[in-house]
Design a binder for this molecule. Structure first.
Ligand SMILES: NC(=O)c1ccc[n+]([C@@H]2O[C@H](COP(=O)([O-])OP(=O)(O)OC[C@H]3O[C@@H](n4cnc5c(N)ncnc54)[C@H](O)[C@@H]3O)[C@@H](O)[C@H]2O)c1
Length: 361
């Protein structure tokens, strides 16, 4: 199989490395307009075939990975599908809901694989967190809180919500097995003239009565990549930067024995008790998520299977991002329509991998 990587920047170069390591991939092809980037990547990978534009590369590929700036994803994916190529599109799938729908439907009509590059859904730590919730270890989930903060890298075409929040939205949808009904967002442009560099999203999953708070920032002195899930029995923290113990389960909880007799009151005198237990950290096999993701893409093409993060999964994240953008501009909550999208993990989505059995190769 010959796979082209469109965009040889920070992330595209990682796809080039990973795809070059897969036995099923006979040729990796780079599409990158910048000559310096083509030269440095071909110096590292002498077998790499490099082109400056997609039209010239098209006859040499069976499938494409699109790793260009987000605003270009939709048009490039559409061109790839029209040319009969399978496509993996980096997050976010597109920056427009209607265009996302068009490419999802086009891939379906043409019987081509369309996959969203939601890398964290190929991450064994995220699968372990999902399984911990699903098995009821945390009790009833009260809320999810995420933080994805760092200094930079500012993107030229999208704000911090479009750059960083796709990861958190895809993780939260995946671990809860649901999609939000209401989205509200707040943000500010501090160092940038007009793109928000700090933002905060609130996602309401009404059917399961869970709310999620998402904080994203390009303007923070410390790098933070954290997902906290608070349940009625226990609490879990996924720290993606931890060397080991990426998932820690805290046997801590707050119990109440019901409302105080006079309808209000404070503290433990009003039937609130605290449970303080130990901390455990489950172990699980871990492989580089991008390798798992790219291998899954190749496996789906070979088997004619639907990817775990198919186009509908990508569209579900784009819907939330567009709603967040609307909420930022109009300063109000945005209610999402629940029409044609299948529930997460069902219908048109593929099999959901588990932490112990790796995703299909
Ligand atoms: N899944 C993940 O964890 C993850 C991580 C980082 C970035 N990304 C995504 O990867 C994509 C690329 O991000 P990046 O950080 O590598 O950006 P980057 O700016 O480092 O690289 C983008 C490259 O695309 C090239 N390019 C632009 N327009 C092109 C076109 N029409 N055809 C071919 N090449 C073109 C640019 O010259 C540049 O080299 C973004 O969509 C980003 O959201 C995903």
């Amino acid at each position: 199989m010959r796979i082209g990587v469109v965009g040889g920047g920070y992330w595209g170069s990682k796809h080039v490395r990973v795809l070059s390591s897969l036995a099923a991939v006979t040729q990796v092809v780079l599409v990158e307009p910048r000559a310096d980037r083509r030269e440095s990547l071909t110096a590292l990978n002498p077998r790499l075939l490099a082109f400056g534009d997609l039209t010239s590369a098209m006859p040499h590929v069976d499938a494409l990975v699109i790793a260009t700036p987000p605003s270009t994803h939709g048009d490039l994916a559409q061109r790839a599908l029209e040319a009969g190529k399978h496509v993996l599109v980096e997050k976010p799938l597109t920056t427009d809901v209607n265009q996302a729908r068009r490419i999802v439907e086009q891939a379906h009509r043409s019987d081509l694989v369309l996959m969203a590059g939601h890398t964290f859904e190929y991450n064994a730590a995220v699968w372990r967190l999902r399984d911990t919730i699903r098995d009821g270890d945390l009790g009833d989930v009260y809320f999810v809180d995420t933080a994805r903060l760092n200094l930079g890298l500012y993107q030229p075409d999208v704000n911090v919500v479009w750059d960083l929040a796709p990861h958190d939205i895809s993780i939260i949808n995946h671990i809860l097995g649901a999609r939000p009904d209401v989205v509200q967002a707040w943000g500010n442009s501090h160092a940038h003239a007009y793109l928000e560099d700090v933002a905060h999203l609130r996602l309401e999953y009404k059917a399961i009565e869970v709310a999620a708070e998402v904080r994203v920032s390009w303007l923070d002195p410390r790098k933070v990549r954290r997902v906290t899930v608070v349940g009625s029995r226990k609490m879990a923290v996924y720290n993606d930067l931890a060397e080991d113990e990426r998932i820690r389960i805290y046997d801590k909880a707050v119990h109440t024995s019901g409302p105080p007799p006079n309808g209000h009151g404070t503290g433990s005198g009003n039937g609130i008790s605290y449970h303080y237990g130990g901390v455990t950290s489950p172990s699980f096999p871990f492989e580089e998520p991008l390798l798992v993701e790219d291998r899954h893409f190749v496996g789906c093409i070979q088997a004619g299977a639907t990817p775990a993060t198919d186009g509908w999964n990508g569209l579900a994240v784009v819907e939330v991002l567009v709603a967040a953008e609307t909420s930022l501009r109009e300063r109000c909550p945005v209610h999402l329509e629940r029409d044609a999208l299948p529930p997460i993990g069902q219908g048109r989505s593929g099999p959901v991998p588990s932490a112990d059995s790796q995703v299909v190769a």
